[in-house]
Design a protein around this ligand. Structure first.
Ligand code: GDP
Length: 477
């Protein structure tokens, strides 16, 4: 088994959704993180129009040996994303942690915004925070095949309530299968009511520990800093339970967090190293971009020579600009890096001219009738809460022995880019009831090949999914 579904999509420059759909076509129910065997990779790649020869050569550098499960694996710091509703204090929390936790003996704090930063705690333990809070960025990376977050900190303001974006954040984190730690923020406020928040979270199936659930929860203030240290401790505890490990003694692999064009330094990009150790003068590919590491800087602006797993570094030496979410991999030589980059650009150009199949409800119907699908993920958006609930319940009840309908997210309001990204990253279709996609969402759905179905009558929506489940749906015109 070689690369995972998401990575394969990323490497071929197609959406994860399309690869998942191909797998379904082969009778494989896969998730974004699932690794595929070589035969499957070959089959899928050929579906996307690769010459077999080209494929092997193209893929060979990407196929990585499995990490030795033995001693080569060393503990690595957790990578954390902070999510939550707007104004609930995500940025304040990131800033407080950034300001207060400076590596012992390190002069000056974190001065540069490079998209991520690592903090060192007293006992030598470390935590890496992604500096772009929110679930949209998180899921956009996922839709490109980059799974980089280990733990999501869900921020909810104690003087407010569980809000629509809180629910979105929960569902995006659950869909990505990452751990969640609840941070109830703003407890310094006189009208803070933490029990109410726990209650509302429980109603959303997020049961915190002192309510008998599995989610760790911290009541804190990002303003005064109260209990922020406790949050960091809980993150480390969660990381310990997750047993996060990587092999530092191999060529580096990771993901592009962000890239920028700097007048003085040329193209720079922040790379989160996930495996191996990145070093000066390593040749690399990142999506269609390539280069050689000329220099590396940390978030304090210090030059660094080596970046081990879970370390974010600003890398200089790109020949062209990579995109956030691109896979980054060190290869043998700069010549090889350039060749891979050229091939990827060719493939990308060819892809742009090819008619791609969509993950539509009709397709799903076909797959179901051939027995190739076991689960139908759906996102439900509607104009009022009552109908969203009613429709979601009715859809889930359509599950039968062969196929289960899973509503991975539901909410009131127009279909947003976030919804489309979630669908793209999860192989889901979107059902809108008395709502429409906004224009950005519509455009994104086109490029990401996400099927959006709009209905004004609940019965019609239920019937369409029911027919799909029975494998009977005929294409709508
Ligand atoms: P974000 O939109 O989630 O990133 O929220 P911000 O971090 O921008 O915070 C929104 C507002 O809430 C700002 O005015 C912050 O100063 C304020 N705020 C954040 N955390 C706290 C807190 O713990 N206590 C109080 N009193 N205010 C806070």
């Amino acid at each position: 088994e070689y690369i995972a579904v998401g990575e394969l999509a990323n490497l071929m420059g197609v959406s994860v959704n399309e690869v998942i759909q191909k797998c379904i076509g082969l009778g494989l129910m896969v998730s974004i993180n699932q690794r595929l065997d070589f035969e499957t990779i070959e089959l899928i790649a050929s579906d996307f129009g690769f010459e077999v020869e080209l494929e092997e050569e193209y893929l060979s550098d990407l196929i990585e040996e499995e990490d030795d499960p033995g001693e080569s694996l060393k503990p690595r710091p957790p990578v954390v994303t902070i999510m939550g509703h707007v104004d609930h204090g995500k940025t304040s929390l990131l800033d407080f942690i950034r300001r207060t936790n400076v590596v012992a003996g390190e002069a000056g704090g974190i001065t540069q915004h490079i998209g991520a930063y690592k903090v060192a705690l007293e006992d030598g333990k470390e935590i890496t925070f992604l500096d772009t809070p929110g679930h949209e960025a998180f899921t956009a990376m996922r839709a490109r095949g980059a799974q980089i977050t280990d733990i999501v900190v869900l921020v909810v303001a104690a003087d407010d309530a569980v809000m629509p974006q809180t629910v979105e954040a929960i569902n995006h984190a659950l869909a990505a299968n990452v751990s969640i730690i609840v941070a109830i923020n703003k407890i310094d406020k006189p009208n803070a009511n933490t029990e109410k928040i726990k209650q509302q979270l429980a109603e959303r199936n997020v049961l915190v520990e002192d309510w008998g659930g599995k989610y760790q929860c911290v009541e804190l203030s990002a303003k005064t800093g109260k209990n922020v240290d406790l949050l960091l401790e809980k993150i480390l505890l969660e990381a310990e339970m997750l047993d996060l490990k990587a092999n530092p003694d191999r060529p580096a692999r990771g993901a592009v967090i962000e890239s920028q064009l700097d007048k003085g330094r040329g193209i720079t990009a922040t790379i989160l190293v996930q495996k191996g150790t990145l070093r000066i003068s390593d040749p690399f590919v990142a999506g269609t971009a390539y280069g050689r590491v000329r220099a590396m800087f940390d978030e304090r602006g210090n030059k660094v020579k080596e970046a081990p797993p879970s370390t974010p570094v600003l890398v200089l030496g790109f020949e062209s600009t990579p995109q956030a979410g691109d896979t980054f991999a060190v290869v043998e030589s700069e010549r090889e890096a350039r060749e891979i980059s050229i091939k990827r650009m060719q493939i990308k150009r060819e892809q742009e001219h090819r008619q791609v199949r969509h993950m539509t409800l009709e397709e799903i119907a076909n797959q179901i009738s051939s027995g190739g699908i076991k689960e139908l993920p759906i996102i439900v958006k509607g104009d009022v809460d009552g109908s969203v609930e009613a429709l979601s319940d009715a859809l889930m009840k359509l599950s039968n022995d062969e196929v289960s309908v899973k509503v991975i997210h539901k909410g009131v309001g127009a279909i947003s880019e976030g919804d489309v990204l979630l669908a793209a990253a999860s192989g889901a279709i979107i059902i809108g009831f008395h709502v429409r996609p906004n224009s950005n969402a519509r455009k994104l759905a086109e490029t990401e090949k996400v099927d959006i179905r709009l209905y004004n009558i609940i019965y019609d929506a239920i019937n369409a999914v029911k027919s799909a489940l029975e494998g009977l749906l005929s294409p709508v015109v």
